[in-house]
Design a protein around this ligand. Structure first.
Ligand code: SAM
Length: 251
């Protein structure tokens, strides 16, 4: 997928708009990671980086009723979607949405008790993200992020090809080592369950089915849709070879 091509980009956002979430994850996993991150102060300040449409933002807001959350994303329509959802959930007064770049976040040092990032640290790379975000955390703060990992070291060629755009992907022990090298102490980690993938992929499959007929005569869009199908099929066929894992740590 070439984001610099406007037709591919348009097809990508025809798929990736108004979905409940934009990466593998589910409420149970968010809450499990949050439990590992405890204790937090009574009124924690939370930074949700690359919040997307905000599924995890809303789960955090519900689980931390006295928290205030700053949710950052690059893509303004996701922030609008999150604002709508927060209004519906009655927590809009505790969620501030900020359009921004995760690699140039403009907040006071030590401004946050908890930094959260589901499915997006790969954009900077985990080591760079851990270093860049550390100053935003207070000393007793916590960070929780998910990262794609190899679960086996013998993936079939089809699986390798599916992940070819992320060559620095590694396994759980090596991600732990990246946290340690960046000066963090790991509090826990776990691999996301298959349900977390299907919470992401089920709505995508439904969207791909809807779009297939609309883009019949557009080979560029049809190619993007085919890539979407291939990604879902790769997980359906090979769930034991790769996954996403949550890592929870303190500075
Ligand atoms: C895989 S999605 C994950 C979204 C959300 N956390 C979720 O799990 O539903 C990655 C998100 O990163 C955002 N993004 C991409 N580059 C970014 C950047 N440089 N700064 C901030 N957000 C970015 C995208 O707009 C998208 O919402």
């Amino acid at each position: 997928m070439d984001f610099s091509d406007p037709r591919q980009r348009a097809a990508f956002f025809a798929i990736h708009s108004d979905l409940p979430r934009e990466g593998p994850g589910n409420g149970a996993s968010t809450l499990r990671a949050l439990a590992i991150a405890q204790p937090l102060p009574a009124r924690p300040r939370v930074l949700d980086i690359a919040c997307g449409p905000g599924a995890q933002t809303l789960d955090l807001a519900a689980a931390l009723p006295d928290a205030s959350i700053v949710a950052v994303d690059f893509h303004a329509p996701y922030l609008e979607q999150l604002r709508r959802r927060a209004e519906e959930a009655g927590c809009a007064d505790r969620i501030e949405t900020v359009r921004g770049d995760m690699s140039a976040l403009d907040f006071e040092p030590g401004a946050f008790d908890l930094i959260w990032c589901e499915g997006a640290a790969y954009i900077m790379g985990v080591p760079a993200a851990l270093l860049a975000w550390r100053p935003l955390l207070r000393d007793e703060g916590r960070i929780a992020l998910t990262e794609a990992v190899w679960l086996r070291d013998d993936p079939p060629e089809e699986v390798r090809a599916n992940w070819a755009e992320y060559p620095v992907m590694t396994d759980v022990p090596s991600v732990r080592a990246r946290f340690e090298a960046a000066g963090y102490g790991l509090l826990g980690d776990f691999v996301l369950p298959p349900e977390a993938w299907w919470e992401y992929y089920r709505p995508i499959e439904a969207r791909l089915a809807t779009l297939a007929s609309r883009y019949n005569d557009d080979p560029v869009a049809a190619g993007v849709i085919a890539e979407g199908h291939a990604e879902v099929e790769c997980y359906r066929k090979y769930p034991d070879y790769f996954g996403y894992a949550f890592f929870i740590a303190c500075p």
